[in-house]
Write a protein that binds this ligand. Structure first.
Ligand code: HEM
Ligand SMILES: *[C@@H]1O[C@H](CO)[C@@H](O)[C@H](O)[C@H]1NC(C)=O
Ligand SMILES: *[C@@H]1O[C@H](CO)[C@@H](O)[C@H](O)[C@H]1NC(C)=O
Length: 319
């Protein structure tokens, strides 16, 4: 009896050390198989952000768009081919998501350090954290052990990634569809404290909406012509104050009707999430801790673990 118990404990401890409890991600997953992974990702991200600060934002968004479509499985990284349609050309991604070259560079470095060990899905999760940290945001321990999908779905990307035209109830339900709360949705929207959006995504707001600061609308109109199709790709910062610094200004902006996207201002428009926006706008530490907790929850969306999926050799194609 005692030996039996002892054996059980040994097996459990070994499983824990291996970071491999069925279906669960763990922060130490690569501790023995790839101890250099974390500094390797950090160093590639550091030079990428030094070259162009916005890339930290772009990689954070890549991770969000990966996780919302059948889980955080690296599906967004797969290139289209003549016989394969992936997610890169889905409406929310086409001419919009960026940073694939940086993920490739990290993958190359990770393969050099530990060949065949690290998934692209995990690389994206670590790189997203590093992007936030390198732009002055909070840090967190990234849970790991995801494997890479062998498929992708353009139709799921079109269906599951929320659009900037959404009202509050649709925003809330698109997050609840993946198990995230309204508070998680508001905290994660704080990702819009960094990065840029194209004129086509905010034109209707700056010309037609009433719940917008008029001086702010005028400023944005100067580089985003009224006519559809003209200047569609012109960029504006999602946070007018500090677009390359991860802080809580995004929420302060919402409180004075300076949200850039229709969906941004929906979070503070007399509805149920106003109080959360006010909390984050006045208590940066609360925003930081809610954001990091929500990032970990988002990273937990339907991962492939154990023997499911594969460890891709090249993030752009299945093995
Ligand atoms: C709540 C629903 C959301 C909607 C409707 C939304 C929509 C958008 C849109 C339309 C853009 C501009 C894209 C372009 O013009 O190319 C954008 C950019 C961005 N989004 Fe979101 N987003 C949402 C949530 C999130 C979340 C949860 C995150 C991350 C935690 C995030 C991070 C970003 C970042 C960092 C950018 C800038 C990317 C860059 O500069 O390359 N967004 N988002
Ligand atoms: C939000 O949008 C959906 C779909 O367009 C619509 O059915 C719903 O009535 C809207 N909700 C509110 C509160 O405006
Ligand atoms: C411009 O584009 C918006 C959004 O796609 C659309 O709702 C609107 O009807 C278009 N306006 C014109 C004049 O075509």
């Amino acid at each position: 009896m005692a030996t039996k118990h002892f054996l059980c404990i040994v097996v459990l401890v070994l499983a824990l050390l291996h970071g491999n409890v069925e279906g669960q991600l763990t922060t130490n997953f690569y501790a023995s198989s790839c101890p250099k992974l974390i500094p390797t990702v950090r160093s590639v991200m550091q030079s990428a952000v030094k070259r162009e600060a916005r890339i930290g934002a772009s990689i954070l968004r890549l991770f969000f768009h990966d996780c919302f479509v059948n889980g955080c499985d690296g599906s967004i990284l797969l290139d289209d081919t003549s016989s394969f349609t992936g997610e890169k050309n889905a409406g929310p991604n086409r001419n919009s998501v960026r940073g694939f070259d940086v993920i490739d560079n990290i993958k190359t470095a990770a393969e050099k350090a530990c060949p065949g060990i690290v998934s692209c899905a995990d690389i994206l999760a670590i790189a997203a954290r590093d992007g936030v940290v390198l732009l002055g945001g909070p840090s967190w321990e990234v849970k790991l052990g995801r494997r890479d999908s062998r498929t992708a779905s353009q139709s799921a990307a079109n269906r599951d990634i929320p659009a900037p035209t959404f009202n509050l109830s649709r925003l809330v339900s698109s997050f609840s569809n993946v198990g995230l709360s309204a508070r998680d949705m508001v905290a994660l929207s704080g990702g819009h404290t960094i990065g840029q959006a194209r004129c086509t995504t905010f034109r209707a707001r700056i010309y037609n909406e009433k719940n917008i600061n008029s001086a702010f609308a005028a400023t944005r109109q100067r580089n985003c012509p009224r006519t559809n199709g003209s200047g569609d790709g012109n960029l504006a910062p999602l946070d007018i104050q500090t677009p390359t610094k991860f802080d809580n200004n995004y929420f302060k902006n919402l409180m004075v009707q300076k949200g850039l996207l229709h969906s941004d201002q929906e979070l503070f428009n007399g509805g149920s999430t106003d109080s959360i926006v006010r909390t984050y706008g006045t208590k940066p530490a609360t925003f930081s801790s809610d954001f990091t907790a929500a990032m970990i929850r988002m990273g937990d969306i339907s991962p492939l673990t154990g023997k499911k999926g594969e460890i891709r050799r090249n993030c752009r194609r299945v093995n």
